[in-house]
Design a protein around this ligand. Structure first.
Ligand code: PMP
Length: 320
C-alpha cells in the first residue's frame, strides 16, 4: 500500500529534486586516480587510470541510478500507484529499490537467487523488502523467469520494473553517469570501461558519449566463461540477453577471468585503499589490459560497489 505522501501521476515532477532527500543523494560520486597500481603495472605515465566510486551512492552501489530513474518514470506514468514494485536482482538493484521505495512508502518484492550472499539478503530484509528465493543453480536468469511469472499472474498487484528491459535503466546513465564523468575529467576522458550486467551502465553512458563527445572508446567487461564468480556481471553469449543490451555499442570487449578479478580486488584494498567489490576488480583488470596498449589517454572505469557485501565470499577466505 502507498502512503498518503504519494501523489497522483500528473503531480509527479520529472526532477529528482522534488523527491525525498535520499533520491537527491544519488549520483555525483567521486573519481579516484589509481596511480599506484598503474605504476606497478608499468602503465605509461601519460595514461591516467580513474575509478568512479559508485559505492558513494546512498544504497551503496551504481544501481541507485537506474532504480531512481525506473521509480520516477513509473510514478510519472502512473504505473506504480497502488502496486508493489517487483523485479529480479542479484542484490544491488534490490537494495537500491528497497532504499528508495522505503522513502516513498512503496512496498518491494524481489526474486533473488538463493545463493546471493547472506549479507545482501540481510540488508534487503532490513530495508523491508519481500524476498522470493530462486534456484541457485539457475543464477540471475532463474530469478528473471520467476519474476516474469509472478508479474504475468498478478498484473494488478505488481508493477514489474524489469530492469533488463526497461529503458529507464540506461537512461539513468545517459542523464547522470556520463555527464558527470565528462565534467569531472574536464572532457579529457578517452576510454570508458564498464562491466556488463543488465548493460545499463555501458549502454546509457556510451550513448551519451557517442552523442556529445564522439571519439571516446567504449569498453565492455565480461566474464571470460559462462561459469564465473563475477557477481553482478553476465557472460552475454550464454545468458538471457537483456533487451536493453546493444551488442554493437562497445568498441572493445574485455573478457576477464574470475581469479584475476579476485586478485585485483585484493590489490585495490592493499595498494589503493579502496575496499571495492569483485566487479570493480574485474573492471580494473579490463582497464589495465586496455591501458597496456596505450601510450597516452584517460581511462575511466566504473567501480559498481564496495566490498562489504562480499565478506563471506571465497575471495576473502584466506584473510585472517
Ligand atoms: N557490478 C555489480 C556489483 C552489479 O551489481 C552490477 C549490476 N548488475 C553491475 C556490475 C553491472 O551494471 P549494469 O547492470 O549497469 O550493466
Amino acid at each position: 500500500m502507498l502512503t498518503s505522501k504519494i501523489k497522483t501521476p500528473m503531480q509527479y515532477p520529472v526532477s529528482h529534486t522534488h523527491y525525498p532527500t535520499v533520491f537527491q543523494a544519488v549520483g555525483n560520486t567521486p573519481l579516484f586516480p589509481l596511480d599506484r597500481i598503474a605504476e606497478a603495472e608499468g602503465i605509461s605515465p601519460k595514461v591516467r587510470l580513474l575509478a568512479k566510486a559508485e559505492w558513494f551512492n546512498p544504497g551503496g552501489s551504481v544501481k541507485d541510478r537506474p532504480a531512481r530513474q525506473i521509480i520516477m518514470d513509473a510514478l510519472g506514468q502512473g504505473q506504480l500507484e497502488g502496486k508493489r514494485l517487483l523485479d529480479s536482482t542479484s542484490g544491488n538493484m534490490g537494495i537500491a529499490y528497497a532504499t528508495l521505495c522505503a522513502a516513498l512508502g512503496i512496498r518491494v518484492t524481489l526474486a533473488v537467487p538463493a545463493n546471493a550472499s547472506p549479507e545482501r539478503l540481510k540488508v534487503l530484509r532490513v530495508l523491508g523488502a519481500e524476498i522470493i528465493l530462486t534456484d541457485p543453480l539457475e543464477g540471475s536468469d532463474g530469478a528473471i523467469l520467476v519474476a516474469r511469472e509472478i508479474a504475468a499472474s498478478e498484473p494488478d498487484v505488481y508493477f514489474y520494473a524489469n530492469q533488463y528491459n526497461n529503458a529507464s535503466n540506461w537512461k539513468a546513465h545517459y542523464l547522470t553517469t556520463a555527464p558527470e564523468i565528462l565534467e569531472q575529467t574536464g572532457g579529457q576522458i578517452t576510454h570508458f570501461v564498464a562491466g556488463l550486467g543488465t548493460s545499463g551502465t555501458l549502454t546509457g553512458a556510451g550513448r551519451y558519449f557517442n552523442e556529445f563527445a564522439p571519439g571516446i572508446r567504449l569498453a565492455g567487461v565480461q566474464p571470460d566463461s559462462p561459469l564465473h564468480g563475477l557477481e553482478g556481471l553476465k557472460h552475454m553469449e550464454s545468458a538471457i540477453k537483456p533487451g536493453i543490451y546493444d551488442p554493437l555499442l562497445a568498441d572493445i570487449d574485455l573478457p576477464v577471468r574470475t581469479e584475476d578479478a579476485y586478485e585485483m580486488t585484493r590489490r585495490l584494498g592493499r595498494e589503493e585503499g579502496l575496499f571495492a567489490g569483485i566487479s570493480s576488480g574485474a573492471a580494473l583488470v579490463g582497464a589495465l589490459d586496455l591501458a597496456r596498449g596505450l601510450d597516452h589517454g584517460v581511462i575511466v572505469a566504473i567501480f559498481p560497489d564496495a566490498g562489504y557485501k562480499y565478506l563471506s565470499d571465497p575471495l576473502w577466505e584466506d584473510v585472517e
